[in-house]
Design a protein around this ligand. Structure first.
Ligand SMILES: NC(=O)c1ccc[n+]([C@@H]2O[C@H](COP(=O)([O-])OP(=O)(O)OC[C@H]3O[C@@H](n4cnc5c(N)ncnc54)[C@H](O)[C@@H]3O)[C@@H](O)[C@H]2O)c1
Ligand SMILES: [Zn+2]
Length: 386
């Protein structure tokens, strides 16, 4: 456009939309005696078409808790809850994010059971099923209501709190997805009891992450509880899970960028390499484990470039090890790892923005990673394990 041209006419109107993001923590929420669901699901007035609900359930959760399907059916039989129209089982873990046919199955169920914008998709599962079924639900009718029942540690303290959904395409994590605020997130601590020990422990890497970025006192609390958490002590884990979830919620609600329009994504500390490690390992490394390694890598780097002290770097490694989490992996030495930096930049758009640590509790953004220093950081981590 020529510099002398002025637009003939512009109409502009800035607007905002208020959202409420609710997290509910309790135990045995499907027990008919527990009234929590009454506070979550609205039933329509008598003269409106009755709202319905379909439940999408993580197969891994259903395998570990065969009673869940009946429990869902029994609980939704209560007259004040929407009508339950199907309980659909979908494969858990990254399989459901990697296979477009599963998204189609969920969409087909939404269509078949006439789930409209006054009806619900209730999703029971780990972060992967919440992401995949949440994606399907957020695109049907441009978004039907979703209630997330988070069934892993990582989901209860992180994945289910995020206001986004995503599935993997072209071997890229979360390449396709939406921003979506659920009606509610329900965290039932009893569901965590059926996790195997690896799944239990891995979720806490995300708690270490947010503590490193924002809150040194929270880091201390995790460090104090680490040995008990490793041994699956729910009483030790409960305050850590709740505080971490609250911090994520506050970041979304008050951080000024819930839909990630800006370049930086501070909560993605340690994630550029984590996402890469997950896909390079064929998803043998889980998200939480990959994040533990990614945090250690970026902490080692922060130390080598003169930001984080060696003593604090050592503390981060110590907490990870006491939580029973990995701090290194042979795939770190694979040249494909650094391609993760460009992939990360592309996902966010704009300049590369990586969060490092100045100290525990204080993140710092940079726009460049020196590859020689990344390799040195990898060598540091390898030497810890050797
Ligand atoms: N949308 C977001 O904001 C966001 C944020 C962080 C992570 N994520 C995504 O979350 C995913 C990781 O989620 P995750 O760590 O919860 O693992 P997951 O969803 O991959 O589940 C791990 C395994 O546990 C099984 N499982 C789930 N609940 C169980 C239970 N109660 N008992 C026994 N087995 C159970 C699943 O079937 C699966 O095999 C990744 O895809 C990651 O990208 C999304
Ligand atoms: Zn994560």
């Amino acid at each position: 456009m020529s510099p002398t041209h002025t637009i003939a006419h512009e109409i502009r109107n800035d607007f905002g939309v208020p959202f409420t993001h609710r997290l509910l923590f309790d135990r045995d929420v499907l027990n008919p005696e527990n009234p929590l669901l009454d506070a979550v699901f609205e039933r329509e007035d008598d003269d409106a078409p009755q709202s319905g609900v379909i439940a999408v359930v993580d197969q891994g959760l259903a395998d570990a808790r065969p009673e869940i399907k009946d429990a869902i059916t029994t609980r939704f039989a209560a007259s004040n809850l929407p009508e339950l129209r199907e309980v659909l089982l979908v494969p858990g873990g990254e399989t459901c994010k990697n296979d477009p046919a599963i998204i189609d199955r969920i969409l087909a169920a939404i269509e078949k059971h006439r789930i409209d914008r006054r009806s619900y998709v209730a999703i029971f599962g780990g972060g992967a099923v919440l992401d995949a079924a949440g994606f399907a639900a957020s695109t049907a009718h441009r978004g039907v209501r979703v209630v997330r029942f988070a069934s892993t540690v990582l989901a209860q303290l992180d994945a289910a709190i995020g206001v986004k959904t995503g599935v993997n395409r072209f071997e890229k994590k979360n390449f396709v997805g939406t921003f979506d605020v659920p009606t509610a997130v329900v965290c039932d601590e009893a569901m965590l009891e059926s996790l195997d020990v690896r799944r239990w422990r891995e979720g806490f890497s995300e708690a270490v992450k947010i503590a490193c970025l924002q809150d040194a006192a929270f880091f201390e609390s995790i460090s104090d509880a680490a040995d008990r958490i490793r041994e699956r002590d729910l009483d030790a884990a409960r305050p850590i899970i709740r505080r971490c979830a609250k911090m994520h919620l506050e970041h979304i609600a008050s951080g000024g960028d819930p839909f990630e329009r800006l370049e930086a994504r501070p909560l993605d500390f340690g994630h550029w390499s984590a996402h890469r490690l997950e896909s390079m390992s064929g998803f043998n490394l889980s998200h939480g484990e990959a994040v533990a390694i990614g945090i250690c890598l970026d902490s080692a780097y922060s130390n080598l470039v003169g930001r984080l002290s060696k003593a604090e770097f050592d503390r981060i490694i110590d907490v990870m090890l006491r939580l029973g989490l990995p701090v290194s992996h042979p795939l770190l030495g694979d040249d494909r790892l650094v391609a993760g930096l460009e992939e990360f930049r592309e996902h966010l758009g704009g300049r590369l923005t990586i969060t490092l640590l100045d100290k525990i509790g204080l993140g710092a953004e940079v726009h460049k990673m020196e590859l020689d220093r990344v390799r040195e950081s990898i060598a540091v981590l390898h030497s810890i394990v050797d």
